[in-house]
Design a protein around this ligand. Structure first.
Ligand SMILES: [Zn+2]
Length: 389
């Protein structure tokens, strides 16, 4: 890889514009979407916008090239993770080019890829494309791949849905053909309050939650020792953990309420549902009867927070061969972090992940992308355009 290569001014200007829109997940992304919509319209490309319920956010979908044939989708999310509480030394919403880097929130995850793809639209239009490129830009990926769901429903209904998809999450421009899935759940524990001096007359919700969390820990240890395993992952088994706990008010009251969030990161070949069911069963069979012996209206209830499927694209699929050849990097990787790729795969669109920048720089203060990564991605897209002619 050429580490001194620099991207075109068009790509840098596009990335500067995209970083300038604060598109933290849950916030509106419409300013960015309008900007892209108008940019494409000026080039003669019509976009389909797909709004959320209160019309504060939208996915953007556009086809460049002959729309009556199956083509290749380029997919990315327009939202970024928050900056609050992070130690930024610069304005996260102003692209700042220094040396061989461009700094700004989303530079790597993943406005860099979107900028390269959009800057290449004039080249796509000039090329005699025999098969189209589909641009799929979603919202609210970082909070559980929410926005892309309606886009996937739309694509699944199309006669000419994309034959394959490249999700441009940061992979150092290497091809990723597998990643884990995720299922996250909130557990609400309802106990029975009383003066702490009379603790046996109460049902302690914090302690009941702690017992379930300890069980999660034991289940995670069991996965680590007994699998199932896929040695092509850095962490070759499904993992689970509790990430947030809230409960109690003061030490001299037996707490009536507690909730905690936990998640499963599953190997694609292992469904996360049965793992969560085992956690629930433990709570309902081993803890709840003891709670209800003291107060009948106590117990657990559960709320699913987010889920996305894992990705496992076979190495001999056309898209894997095409992407490794375009990336000029034959080595395939599998990763623990999730993307929208599994969702495309579920509707029959074979998908890989390949994009500029490195995941280590994502979600960090002073997030940046190397110019050479953007240049490599430009080469990748240019080869893809030639491939489709
Ligand atoms: Zn991302």
């Amino acid at each position: 890889m050429n580490h001194t290569a620099r991207p075109t001014a068009t790509t840098r200007e596009m990335l500067t514009a995209l970083i300038g829109f604060n598109t933290i997940s849950h916030h509106p992304n419409l300013e960015l979407i309008d900007y892209v919509y108008e940019y494409l319209q000026r080039l003669g490309v019509q976009s389909r916008l797909d709004f959320n319920a209160d019309r504060s956010k939208a996915n953007l979908y556009a086809v460049v090239g002959p729309p009556d044939r199956p083509g290749i989708a380029l997919s990315g999310h327009t939202d970024v993770v928050p900056v609050a509480g992070q130690d930024w030394t610069r304005d996260p919403w102003r692209a700042d080019e220094q040396g061989d880097r461009i700094y700004g929130r989303g530079a790597t995850d993943m406005k860099g890829f979107i900028a390269v793809a959009l800057a290449a639209v004039p080249a796509m239009l000039e090329a005699p494309l025999q098969r189209p490129l589909h641009l799929c830009w979603s919202y609210d990926e970082e909070v559980g791949c929410l926005g892309v769901r309606s886009l996937l429903e739309f694509l699944a209904r199309q006669d000419n849905k994309p034959a394959a998809c490249i999700v441009g999450e940061p992979s150092g421009m290497q091809v990723i053909n597998g990643h884990k899935g995720k299922l996250s759940v909130r557990c609400h524990v309802h106990g029975h309050a009383c003066h702490s001096a009379l603790a046996p007359y109460g049902v302690n919700a914090v302690e009941a939650a702690a017992r379930v969390i300890a069980q999660l820990h034991d289940m995670a240890a069991h996965k680590r020792e007994h699998g199932p395993f896929d040695e092509t992952y850095d962490i070759p088994y499904s993992t689970l953990h509790a990430g947030v706990v809230h409960g109690g008010t003061t030490v001299n009251i037996v707490p009536a309420e507690c909730w905690f969030d936990f998640e499963v990161r599953n190997l694609p070949r292992e469904e996360p549902g049965p793992i969560v069911e085992a956690v629930k069963r433990y709570a309902h069979e081993h803890i709840e009867p003891q709670m209800q012996a003291v107060a009948a209206d106590t117990g657990f209830h559960w709320e699913e927070l987010a889920r996305f499927p894992g990705l496992e694209t076979r190495a001999d699929e056309d898209i894997v061969e095409m992407a490794t050849s375009l990336a000029q990097s034959p080595r395939l990787r599998k990763v623990a972090f999730g993307t929208e790729a599994g969702g495309y795969d579920r509707i029959g669109i074979r998908t890989v992940v390949c994009g500029p920048g490195h995941i280590e720089q994502a979600h960090k203060p002073d997030e940046f992308i190397e110019l050479s990564q953007l240049a490599s991605c430009e080469d990748f897209i240019a080869r893809l355009i030639r491939e489709l002619c």
